[in-house]
Design a protein around this ligand. Structure first.
Ligand code: PLP
Length: 361
């Protein structure tokens, strides 16, 4: 185990060590079935139990009422970008989109590709997406407003969600799902690719409210209709069995070991504060996001020049700290400190940052 590094990858990303060990322990013989979960039917009782338990945990963690359905789909968050307008947005009707960076942009692009009418309610493009907008123009009668709760690449995150006056919010929560408690009521749907905060890649969590399901427009290809997946409880076709199993273990860890979202958010705040407080007081590292918009999940920062940034990433890795390179589209450095990244990992990183600044400042 000593060979394991502190993993700050943006996604796929770190998983809790106890979860990896649990997977290892029951890998060859899942709970006396004599089979690995990689070999088991998705209609078998062991798997339907896993699926139902994972559903229940999402419901409890998010405090969902009966009105919400939990789905485990495929195709990544990126498939949701096109499913959302296909399912909800009639030709000629309008949806509001808030543009806070690359992922929001991709969601907008898909709606436009489908020739749907999009209104940009707010954008932070004027300052290279380094902040979360505060002023919005919502369209009367718009079907939904789409926003990205945490901008993985630019390192910004919504502190509070906007008051949309009843217009359902649809949110891409791929990089901060289950990192903190929030009120689900204004949300018609939330979704997240699992590979940042939930488990392995290959599964997309969707939580959808019944009134949104009733809006689904027919006809749609079966696999692209939310109705299909709600009607069949994520079992219309073969779901990603192993991925859902791992997500179930992560959810159990979050509920039972960590103690739920309030406890999780306290740890996440502590981790982010360690990094931002140090950078604010030291000055060698410059966080790229405005203070009031900083992400607790993806801490993006620059060093005095690109040579130093490259050295920083390389030397960090030789010190057992991996995944600190910024996204290829923006450069700089990024520490992704999702739920599964421990306080110890962040403390070790900040200590390394101090030493690196001392040696190179
Ligand atoms: C990573 C990411 C995506 C892309 O997810 P895929 O599952 O690879 O399609 C979308 N949105 C956000 C906010 C992300 O961080």
């Amino acid at each position: 185990m000593s060979a394991r590094i502190f993993n700050f990858n943006p996604g796929p990303a770190a998983l809790p060590l106890s979860v990896l060990e649990e997977i290892q322990a029951e890998f060859l013989d899942y709970r006396g079935t004599g089979m690995s979960l990689l070999e088991i039917s998705h209609r078998s009782k062991p798997f339907t139990d896993i699926l139902n338990e994972a559903n229940g945990r999402v419901e409890r963690l998010l405090g969902l009422t009966e009105e919400y359905h939990v789905l485990f789909l495929q195709g990544g968050a990126s498939t949701q970008f096109s499913m959302i307008p296909m399912n909800f947005l009639n030709m000629g009707a309008t949806a509001d989109y808030i543009n806070t960076g690359a992922w929001s942009n991709k969601a907008i692009k898909e709606a436009l590709l489908l020739k749907r009418r999009v209104n940009i309610s707010a954008s932070s493009e004027d300052r290279n997406f380094c902040y979360i907008p505060k002023v919005f123009k919502f369209t009367p009668g718009a079907i939904y407003v789409h926003l990205t709760s945490n901008n993985t690449i630019k390192g910004t995150q919504w502190a509070d969600y906007p008051d949309t006056g009843g217009e359902p919010i649809i949110s891409d929560m791929s990089s901060d799902i289950l990192s903190r408690p929030f009120n689900i009521r204004p949300f018609g749907m939330i979704y997240a690719g699992a590979q940042k905060n939930l488990g392995p890649s290959g599964v997309t969590l969707v939580v959808i409210r019944q009134d949104m399901v009733e809006r689904v427009q027919d006809p749609l290809p079966s696999m692209l209709s939310y109705k299909t997946h709600v009607d069949k409880n994520s079992l219309y076709n073969t779901p990603p069995v192993f991925g859902i199993y791992v997500i179930g273990l992560v959810l159990k860890w979050l509920e039972e070991t960590i103690g739920g979202l309030t406890a999780m958010s306290r740890i996440n705040e502590q981790k982010a504060a360690l990094m931002y407080d140090y950078m604010d007081e030291n000055g060698f590292y410059t966080p790229t996001a405005d203070k009031d918009s900083r992400s607790l999940m993806n801490v993006t920062f620059r060093l005095p020049n690109e040579d130093l940034e490259k050295r920083f990433v390389d030397e960090a890795l030789s010190n057992g700290l991996g995944g600190l390179k910024g996204h290829r589209s923006v450069g700089g450095c990024r520490a992704s400190i999702y739920n599964a990244v421990t306080l110890e990992a962040v403390e070790t990183l900040v200590n390394f940052m101090k030493e690196f600044a001392r040696a190179n400042g």
